[in-house]
Structure formats: C-alpha cells, structure tokens
Design a protein around this ligand. Sequence first.
Ligand code: ADP
Length: 265
Amino acid sequence: LEINLVPMYHSEEEWAGIVIVLHDISAIRRLERMRSEFVANVSHELKTPIAAVKGFAETLLAGAVKDEETANSFLQIIYDESDRLNRLIVDILELSKIESKRIPLYFSPIHMDMFVRKTVEVMRTEAAKKQVKIDMQVDETVYLEADEDRLRQILINLLANGISYTPEGGKVTVLVEPADPTPEGDYEHVRIIIEDTGIGIPKKDLPRIFERFYRVDKARSRSSGGTGLGLSIVKHLVELHRGTIRVESGLGVGSKFIIELPVIH
Ligand code: ADP
C-alpha cells in the first residue's frame, strides 16, 4: 500500500485539510516481480545452450579439431544446441506476443472432424517413428467458432507432448464431443480431450506444469527437444478463446488434457 498525504489550502493562510491517497500497488508489484522472474528465467535458459556451444567450440579450437571423430561429435553437439537456442527464441517471442495480447484472433466456423483429421496427419510421421498410435473419436456433428491456426497450434503442441512422453507401442487419443447441452438442443461448449498412455505426471507437479519453463524432468524434456514453454503457450491460447484447460494424470498410466471452448452462436 502506498500512502500520499497532500495538504490543501483555501488561501495562503487558510488551511483546508489533508487529502489522503491510498494506492494499492500490490498488483503492480506482482506484475513487476513476474516480469523480472521471466527475464531471469529466460537468461538462464539461454545461457545453458550458449555455454555448450562456446565450450565445445573452444575445445575444438584448442586442438580437438585434429581428431576427426571427436570433431564430428562436438560439431553435432554445437549444431543441436544452436537448434535448441533457435527453438527457445521462437517460443519465447511467441509467448511474449500472446501474453501481451498482441495477437489478433481470426474466428471462423470449424468442422472439428475434418480439422482433427488434417491436424493428426501432420503428426503421423512423428508418431510412427516412435511406434505410437494416434486414435480419433470425433463427433461428426460438432462445429466450433475459433481461430483455426491457433486451434491447430494447441492441438499440435498437446499431440507432440503426448507422443514425446509416451513410450514405444503406446497410444494417443483425440476425442471431441459437445458439452453442456442447452434446452434448445444445442450445446454451450466443445470438449477436446488429448489422452495418452505415457509416463504420466507426478501429482506434486500437476499444479505447475502450465508455468513457463516448468518441466518435471529437465533432462528428459531437453533430450526430446522441449523448451518447457509449450503448455504455457497452449494455456494462453485456450484462454484467448475464453476456454479452460485442465489435466488429469496417473504416474505410469498416462495423461489427459481436457479443453473446453465456448461455442459462439
Ligand atoms: P516441454 O517442452 O518440456 O515438453 P511443456 O510446457 O510442453 O514443455 O510441458 C511441461 C512439462 O510437463 C514437460 O516437461 C513434462 O514434464 C510435462 N508434460 C507435458 N505433457 C506431458 C504428457 N503428455 N505426459 C507426461 N508429461 C507431460
């Protein structure tokens, strides 16, 4: 709380009173703190791959380049870490744009059955590499008013996670159904569920996985190419559509991400 006292006068001699201004600055402080935490996180995340690139380049320059096998493996690391840096920067810029609401949404009616089919096609190769099956259970009658590109981004992020955190032979299922029927025979929401038979998320981590850069297992996320920003981006995009997202998960059983988006009539 910030308190300002302002003396007031009718004239030079005549004292009128004091105006007390109470200003609740906790919201501003909180925002400031969030911003500086974000900057600190970003710096930390960028430093790791940069340190790797620099370290391996130095070792190469110091003579390791003469041994072909070492040189190749170090160059591969440098390449991978640069690639990772690039992904991080793309995701950070994307998140910052979305968070400051600098992205316009272009709404159009989407036939969910067709939309899910097309989007799943994009992920098939990725899934096949890991022998993970993708199943679809989409109600053919469901239409949704949404920004198609953003909705695709949401689905692709969740599918990519499902594939990446599911061991070989597992399955990812996309389910779409109408939710909250109205007396007129309509429905208020469309529910989209992305479910996997993967490693699951420990109970204690569940409340935090939508936070930026939060990862249950840093090493695993890194090796699968994750930036720790995917779920924060997804959550923001869902909220820009005035929807909600939640997660249910059992360790070793699998995870289930449940999105509900309002149908605009
Ligand atoms: P990442 O780039 O690390 O995948 P995300 O923001 O997409 O970042 O996810 C945050 C963390 O949540 C991941 O590091 C992982 O630990 C956990 N997670 C996300 N999706 C799943 C899933 N389908 N199964 C198990 N863990 C998951």
